[in-house]
Design a protein around this ligand. Structure first.
Ligand code: GTR
Length: 425
């Protein structure tokens, strides 16, 4: 069979485009000119009243899609209570969150752990997991998630045919040091991200996006419509809605946290829902804290090709011309101001561009300054394992793309300091 030359050329260029190796050479990043987050001479009032809404709108239109309001038919049902979870340290509640008038969404199961040693309401960490509540803890009585799940890269028995097995119990426990968090007086509320929307290209059909759309699973998504990160962030806000109704929780002291794609999600949740008082991004990388204009590690081209469902469709149009995008990720960090935000990298996580993560914090500082808040306090990325910053904080931890006790120790200190609670018990 003879393949026409034009077709050969097309196939070759597509293959090359797919295989362009990632750049890891700082010398090849080139000049990065960031869009202005502020007009000169701005005031805090102008930021709050004019510029912040503009920037938030730009992120909706070009990156993550429209923020959906709190639904009127939100329903919470407590399905299980265990007063001596974590060896007696916590009370565990399982709460099914659903939409009474949108039964196409199967809802999400929130697991809440509240420290038993408490005087009054407690602050709370809110975050989604990759493998379900049963994977976050090793306790045997937490039901195994029955939802669609991506294969587990570390244990091929943990997820079989896209369903969690008993082998997945506790697979994520090292990322959720529950005893340590509860021991420092914080509650933890978590849910499986796949309850909100399964993480694959067609996942939205079985998630909240189809359920809330008048066209359901026939919806054709347009520029500006929400993507999966928008849906997962929406889920984080619904967890907070529940926490506001829980008498044990001080929902004005809620820290939203997430790792990797869920770190991108926690940043978007923090930007779209100002009720989150502290925002934490762990190794969120491209589409998260890392500046998109830096060609290093993962790029906009790669992320929008491999994970187009995470974003609004418009974002893909910047794959080969990132400078045309009217925002960069320092503006996302600025949307948290004046609330405290913690950005964390890992030394072996070059894919996430540690320096780009640092620089987005650095370039958000002018907005924090309008509120008299101090940012990172250093001009260059600090040495490994040396946390810096005040209202914007940063560290680059030894090791790989992951969440470790070291990360949590910093987040606990950070949240305790900014919420004005004592973490040492
Ligand atoms: C990678 C993706 C990253 C990050 C990561 C994760 O494949 O390129 O942006 O989100 O997945 O979520 O584990």
């Amino acid at each position: 069979m003879k393949i026409p030359l034009a077709l050969t050329f097309l196939i070759t260029s597509v293959c090359l485009a797919q295989k362009t190796p990632a750049n890891y050479d700082e010398a090849k990043v080139g000049e990065v000119v960031l869009p202005d987050v502020l007009a000169s001479g701005s005031t805090a009032e102008q930021w709050v009243g004019v510029r912040r809404p503009e920037v938030l709108q730009l992120f909706q239109d070009h990156v993550y899609g429209r923020i959906q309001p709190k639904p009127a038919d939100l329903k919470f049902e407590v399905t299980a209570v265990k007063s001596d979870a974590l060896g007696g340290a916590a009370t565990r509640k399982l709460v099914h969150v659903s939409l009474a008038k949108h039964p196409a969404w199967k809802g999400m199961d929130v697991m809440l752990l509240v420290p038993n040693q408490r005087k009054g309401k407690v602050p709370v960490f809110v975050g989604l997991s990759f493998n379900g509540n049963h994977a976050v803890s090793t306790e045997k009585d937490i039901p195994i998630s029955t939802r669609w799940m991506r294969p587990n890269s570390k244990n091929d028995k943990a997820v079989v045919d896209n369903k969690a097995t008993e082998d997945s119990r506790g697979v994520e426990a090292s990322r959720w040091p529950l005893e340590m968090i509860v021991g420092q007086g914080f509650a933890v509320a978590t849910a499986y991200y796949g309850d909100i929307e399964p993480d694959h290209a067609d996942g939205w059909k079985d998630g909240v996006r189809a359920a809330l759309s008048p066209e359901g699973a026939e919806t054709v998504w347009k520029n500006g419509d929400w993507g999966a990160i928008g849906a997962w962030s929406w889920g984080l806000s619904r967890i907070l809605d529940y926490l506001e109704t829980n008498a044990d929780i001080d929902a004005s002291k809620a820290a939203v946290i997430g790792h990797s794609r869920l770190g991108k999600t926690s940043l978007w949740a923090g930007a779209s829902d100002p009720r989150f008082g502290v925002v934490i991004s762990n190794n969120s990388g491209e589409g998260g804290a890392a500046l998109m204009r830096r060609n290093i590690g993962e790029t906009t081209e790669v992320i929008t090709r491999v994970f187009p469902h995470w974003f609004t469709s418009k974002y893909k149009s910047y794959a080969h011309d990132v400078n045309a995008c009217p925002v960069d990720q320092h503006m996302l960090i600025a949307l948290m101001a004046p609330r405290p935000v913690y950005i964390a990298s890992a030394a072996k996580d070059d894919w996430a561009d540690q320096k780009g993560e640092f620089l987005s914090g650095r370039n958000a500082e002018p907005v924090y300054a309008l509120f008299g808040k101090k940012g990172l306090g250093v001009e260059e990325p600090p040495p490994i394992d040396s946390p810096v910053g005040d209202a914007i904080a940063y560290h680059n931890r030894t090791g790989v793309h992951d969440v470790t006790d070291y990360d949590w120790l910093q987040y606990l200190k950070f949240a305790a300091r900014h919420f004005g609670v004592s973490s040492a018990r």
